[in-house]
Design a protein around this ligand. Sequence first.
Ligand code: RB5
Length: 147
Amino acid sequence: MKVAIASDHGGYEYKQKLIPFIRDLGHDVFDLGTADETSVDYPDYAFSLGERVASGEFERGILICGTGIGMSISANKVKGIRCALCQETYSAVMSRGHNDANVLAVGGRTIGIEVAKEIVSVWLSTSFLGGRHQKRVDKINAYDNNR
Ligand code: RB5
């Protein structure tokens, strides 16, 4: 799968650790920045990654900031993005199965790196269940398309 990843300075360390981890899972990972721990503004990275996932250039996106909150708030402003902020694996699985989340946000200062790896792993490998969940996601998409 083509996966984009981006962070601000607060998520840079985890981004660097997650990139080889995701590659080892068998995915093509594209690093959209940031390039070091110099202070940057998370919305710039969330909007850029979100636009590129929404356009279909990437199938999924992963965003990391200090808490994951700023990235998730920003990414969810992009039309077509359903970004889930996850701190544990159950939510990561549900965000795919029930919500068809196409972007995952995690915090680089709120969870351990091993937990972050587990979240990323299950999030990338879980499919959307469709069925009764489809009409709910359809409602989100309809709202998105009519604003
Ligand atoms: C940066 O200091 C911090 O505000 C950012 O990484 C993130 O946690 C915002 O939600």
